[in-house]
Design a binder for this molecule. Structure first.
Ligand SMILES: *Cc1c(COP(=O)(O)O)cnc(C)c1O
Length: 491
């Protein structure tokens, strides 16, 4: 399988070539040259596979430059009950991603958050850790991963890379701005290849430092600086797997259809569902849920995509969805405009250096593309997303309702999904199960759970008392040179 950029760059690259890269050199995002079609016979053969074996079957279609035995071994080491050990009461831990029916055959929660950091980012990040180590060892290279986090991504990356040879992680976080649990998760790691830098400022200050360091080409090359951000193709590929797994868990044969509802921010999770559908998985509807930061809901309702400024981004109680530019969206638009890189490049030029009349976005309603969409809808329903948004009030009410009706606690992000799912349930064909993606466990967001239910969520046994563990982090001013010096001395 060869990879190329949404803006046209194509150099015959293979999976391992793009694994360690972020953006393509032309500023676009990498995509495989086609989405491999899955036959009915394959679906039949895969239905009863354990998660790690299913992951191998699907990933081997996207990764053709790692020998099959090695890839099988990487999948087997990644998707273990030891790593995904936080299954909740009543869920089958051997499933890795258990399906919990709220209404049997009708409404279920697909538990993506049983990994080390209790959020779905672990599903892909753990694979990335093992892939990085494999490729770097083979090549005799090292990498220094630099990132900024407001909470979930940083901890998922650190738990995936801890103790790995050939990899060091330098993670910037806003000093004193994360929850006590999130701080404890990151700062209590004692591994020698993990460096936490607490910047005295906001998340945006940390992010700006990462951008400044990464745009210094000489420093970047000298210190082999890399990233593990949400546009990494390997993360998307890993996420495709749980759509298949969820489909098999919810159905009894491969003629049935399923709908998924996905709490969304950077469009990585929902886009993986779209890829699964393009490969032939019978998904009748993908429902996308946003919080108050509703760029994606706006696009799917109106055809207008208008990324917001950081100053227009709401700080909400589902913080991992507080995103004003959906970084994976360019991949979807590439298909939407008929897989034409020149069109994509032009649309993103309108966003990145806006002329006044475009107001920093684009409008695809009443364009040839909306006709294209209508045409595609007929034979490839892949473009048909439903969407909706949910607010703080909705989250609290939904957490209460789900707890009262089903005796299940859900986290605020999953609550956004559940709220939007309930609004669209009536639009689904009869008999189609609706699975809501559980993207985090309530234990991570105790404050909001307390606000909704007046009581604390349960903390998994192995994470109790985490906040009392010794913590290791460096406090630094938001100063690019100081951060560079810190890295240079340790990279
Ligand atoms: C990252 C995250 C999301 C958003 O997922 P995207 O792939 O960015 O759309 C939703 N919920 C939780 C808990 C997350 O950590």
């Amino acid at each position: 399988m060869k990879y190329f950029s949404t803006r046209g760059f194509a150099a015959g690259l293979e999976f391992c070539d793009i694994l360690l890269d972020g953006l393509a050199p032309d500023g676009g995002l990498y995509l495989p040259e086609s989405f491999p079609a899955v036959s009915r016979a394959e679906l039949d053969a895969w239905r009863r596979l354990p998660y790690a074996d299913l992951a191998f079957e699907i990933l081997s279609k996207f990764i053709t430059d790692i020998p099959a035995d090695d890839l099988r071994d990487i999948c087997a080491r990644t998707y273990t009950a030891d790593t995904y050990c936080h299954a909740r009461a009543g869920d089958d831990p051997a499933r890795i991603v258990p399906l919990r029916w709220l209404e049997p055959g009708k409404l279920g929660l697909l538990a993506l958050s049983n990994g080390p950091t209790l959020a779905f980012k672990d599903m892909a990040m753990q694979l990335l850790g093992n892939l990085f180590e494999y490729v770097l060892t083979l090549r005799g290279e090292t990498i220094n991963i630099l990132g900024a986090t407001s909470g979930d991504t940083g901890s998922a990356a650190e738990y995936a890379m801890r103790g790995k040879s050939h990899v060091k992680v330098f993670m910037l976080s806003p000093h004193g701005k994360m929850s006590a649990f999130q701080r404890a998760q990151m700062y209590s790691l004692a591994d020698e290849n993990i460096f936490n830098i607490a910047v005295t400022g906001m998340f945006d200050d940390a992010q700006d430092i990462v951008k400044a360091v990464s745009s210094d080409a000489a420093f970047k090359a000298q210190h082999r600086i890399g990233a593990v951000n949400s546009i990494n193709w390997a993360r998307i590929a890993a996420q495709v797997v749980y759509y298949f797994h969820g489909y098999f868990a919810a159905t009894s044969d491969n003629t049935q259809q399923v709908a998924f509802c996905v709490p969304s921010g950077n469009f990585g999770n929902a886009y993986a569902g779209y890829v699964a559908r393009c490969m032939g998985l019978p998904i009748t509807r993908l429902i996308l849920a946003t919080n108050e930061n509703d760029v994606l809901d706006e696009f799917f309702r109106t055809g207008v995509y208008r990324p917001r400024e950081a100053s227009e981004t709401h700080v909400t109680s589902s913080p991992s969805m507080d995103i004003s530019k959906a970084s994976n969206f360019e991949r979807f638009i590439f298909d939407y405009v008929g897989r034409n890189p020149a069109t994509v490049a032009k649309l993103w030029k309108d966003i990145e250096s806006p002329a006044r009349h475009t107001r920093g976005g684009f409008d695809l309603s009443n364009t040839p593309f909306s006709l294209l969409k209508a045409k595609f809808d007929m034979y490839l329903p892949g473009f048909h997303f439903l969407s909706g948004k949910s607010t703080h009030t909705d989250r609290l009410a939904t957490i209460r309702e789900v707890h009262a009706r089903y005796g299940v606690m859900i986290d605020p992000h999953t609550a956004d999904g559940m709220k939007v799912a309930s609004r669209h349930a009536a639009d689904l064909p009869d008999g189609v199960p609706l699975l809501v993606m559980e993207t985090a466990q309530p234990a991570k967001f105790a404050d909001t759970l307390r606000e909704a239910l007046g009581r604390d969520p349960e903390i998994p046994a192995d994470l109790q008392g985490l906040e009392a563990f010794p913590q290791r982090f460096e406090v630094m001013p938001p100063d690019v040179d100081a951060v560079k010096a810190f890295i240079a001395a340790r990279a």
